[in-house]
Design a protein around this ligand. Structure first.
Ligand code: ADP
Ligand code: ZN
Length: 606
């Protein structure tokens, strides 16, 4: 055991209700407590917030937290207040009076923590106010926003280096869930954190199960998937707005609480849907990637992708929104040949030597490799960020049911030569017709029934050929044109296969229906949380009470108690305040506020 600051631990227990620090939290808290700077790279759900909240409480003065996300600020502040911490935020959503009141509290030294938007922090007025205040520390959340390479670039973030110049004595902590080493370097440079100690956690999310399948009938597959996730909150990502609307409407008709979210909806509808997702239990959000940044909801039990996302980072970030509370969650994706063609086109378009494009290309390629892998998905996913993971994880589809592979050298040669013989000017549909000897109008009018490859692949059906083409594209043995017509061409790597110098091993695409049923039953019993039938009535009562209390207090249910805490109550069934206090997540303030109500429900005579 390491030396432990008794004060830090007692704050963790009394304010936040947790028994012990997690991972590197303790080292980070101590380092900041002693006045050091830190750069923290930890995955979503890793517990970054406590890394600055506890030092802010330990040190004299107010902890200033820079956050780019207005919606998130309010949530964090609500949660802190529920735990009895004096916290506030300053951003454009507050009225003039409310802003002045927060400023007064700041100057009077009444705040432990103050969340501010970067543009506000950087105003001359606010910096001058800070000079008249005691600042405990600066926490720069979502620090990857300084990076121009990422999707969340915020120009104001680059100005934050000024904090170091104006307040050289105040410790700074920058935090991000972006794993990319390039981004890390940029954060260090842009925020002048060369002297900061770096804390890099593993980016593995052990409570997320990964599963990838082929899309054949998206709606039916989604419907089956949701059967295993009844009454759970989740996000379903689609690529287009139309598909979002369509899918959400279809789910709603099927009796599922589903709401759409995309940039084409008006602001009021977006805000309302987001609010319902946050404040109600069991809402499914069907969305484009416009949704999610700043969604801090801890009990998202599943994230679905109905299309291939745009990059492996995007996939990691989006799936990372599941299971922040550490309870079991599932990431499920389905895709098809058309996604792979689109992806291959994007790769072709980025063919230039330019460094940035090369990076983009690698990202696309690693996503395809992830989707098509026959090995452990977790190993692939973490490998894409330079982290070595010792497979098998035992909690991805490929580990649970290793896929079969077959020697597809001969069919691959047939496919490649059919592409070549027809002039490398057609998409997979037409080439498959030629291979299978289909005398379609198009085949006849182009005289393709006379090419030497006509009918040489009649032994396989269309579906099997599509699987071969998809995998040849993903493996870089074929490429799609950059212009977007979906026509296929050979690549440098194709020659070796055609000459017989290299063989091709492909994954046997199991019949999708059977595969998904079998895997569902292995990954999920009793929903994600494994609630047994006899526990269900009490679970429902606990959730109902939580919803009622959340409404009364005007906060989301998870601000009252997380699922993990509710689950601990369900399993321990505390009978008095003392037992209740020992439940993880029940701190002193919450015990006082809610303890009695929950004890009453748990101990009500049957
Ligand atoms: P991040 O910001 O890294 O995504 P959070 O700070 O939101 O993660 O923490 C994720 C979840 O883990 C929250 O529900 C939080 O209350 C919980 N948590 C954090 N630290 C601990 C701990 N030491 N013990 C138990 N739960 C913790
Ligand atoms: Zn695995």
């Amino acid at each position: 055991m390491q030396r432990m600051d008794p004060q830090a631990l007692s704050l963790l227990q009394s304010v936040f209700g947790y028994a012990s620090f997690r991972g590197q939290q303790q080292d980070i808290v101590e380092h900041l407590g002693e006045g050091g700077d830190a750069l923290v790279l930890m995955p979503t759900g890793g517990g970054k917030s406590l890394c600055y909240q506890i030092p802010a409480l330990l040190r004299q003065g107010t902890g200033i937290v820079v956050s780019p996300l207005i919606a998130l600020m309010q949530d964090q502040v609500d949660a802190l207040r529920e735990a009895g911490v004096s916290a506030a935020y300053l951003n454009s959503s507050l009225s003039g009076d409310a802003q002045r009141e927060v400023e007064r509290q700041l100057l009077a030294g009444e705040l432990n923590l103050l969340y501010v938007a970067p543009e506000r922090l950087l105003t001359g007025r606010f910096l001058a106010q800070l000079e008249r205040t005691e600042v405990a520390l600066f926490a720069i959340d979502e620090a990857h926003c300084v990076s121009q390479w990422g999707h969340d670039f915020r120009p104001e973030y680059r100005e934050l280096a000024i904090l170091h110049q104006r307040f050289p004595e105040v410790p700074r902590i920058a935090l991000t869930a972006t794993a990319d080493p390039r981004t890390r370097e940029e954060i260090v440079e842009r925020l002048a954190l060369q002297r900061a100690r770096q804390f890099v956690a593993s980016f593995d999310r052990p409570n997320i199960g990964y599963r990838v399948g082929l899309r054949h009938n998206a709606k039916r597959q989604l419907g089956e998937f949701l059967l295993g996730h009844q009454d759970e909150s989740g996000i379903v990502y689609c690529l287009s707005r139309r598909k979002v609307d369509d899918t959400a409407a279809w789910l709603a008709e099927s009796g599922i609480e589903a709401l759409p979210y995309h940039a084409g909806l008006d602001a009021a509808t977006r805000a309302r849907n987001q609010q319902r997702f946050l404040r109600e239990d069991g809402v499914v959000m069907v969305a484009t990637v416009a949704f999610g940044m700043g969604i801090d909801k801890p009990d998202v039990r599943f994230v679905v992708h109905l299309d291939l996302p745009r990059s492996i980072e995007g996939y990691y970030q989006e799936t990372g929104r599941a299971g922040r509370d550490g309870l079991p969650a599932e990431a499920w994706m389905i895709y098809g040949l058309s996604d792979v063609v689109t992806m291959s086109q994007m790769i072709a378009q980025s063919e230039s030597a330019d460094e940035r494009k090369r990076v983009e290309r690698q990202k696309l390629e690693s996503l395809l490799a992830y989707a098509e892998t026959t090995g452990c998905r977790r190993e692939r996913l973490l490998g894409a960020f330079g982290e070595r993971y010792a497979a098998p994880c035992g909690y991805c589809d490929n580990c649970i049911a290793p896929p079969k592979t077959w020697d597809a050298t001969v069919p691959a040669q047939k496919a490649l030569s059919a592409v070549y013989r027809t002039g490398q000017r057609f998409g997979s549909g037409h080439v498959i017709d030629v291979l299978r000897g289909q005398e379609t109008d198009r085949v006849l009018s182009l005289d393709h029934h006379r090419v030497s490859t006509f009918g040489i692949g009649a032994e396989m059906d269309e579906k099997q050929w599509r699987s071969v083409f998809r995998q040849l594209l993903a493996a870089g043995l074929l490429e799609a044109d950059a212009e977007g017509y979906g026509t296929l061409r050979l690549t440098a790597a194709s020659r070796a296969v055609l000459r017989g110098d290299s063989s091709v091993e492909l994954r046997e695409d199991a019949r999708p229906e059977r595969a998904s049923r079998r895997r569902d039953s292995q990954l999920i019993t009793g929903g994600s949380l494994g609630i047994e039938a006899y526990e269900q009535p009490m679970w429902d009562e606990l959730r109902a009470l939580r919803t009622r209390l959340a409404r009364q207090h005007g906060v989301p249910p998870y601000v009252v108690f997380h699922d993990a805490t509710l689950l601990a109550m369900l399993r321990a069934l505390p009978s008095n305040e003392e037992e209740m206090a020992s439940i993880s997540g029940v701190g002193e303030a919450k015990l006082k506020r809610y303890g009695r109500d929950f004890l009453a429900v748990i101990n009500a005579p049957a």
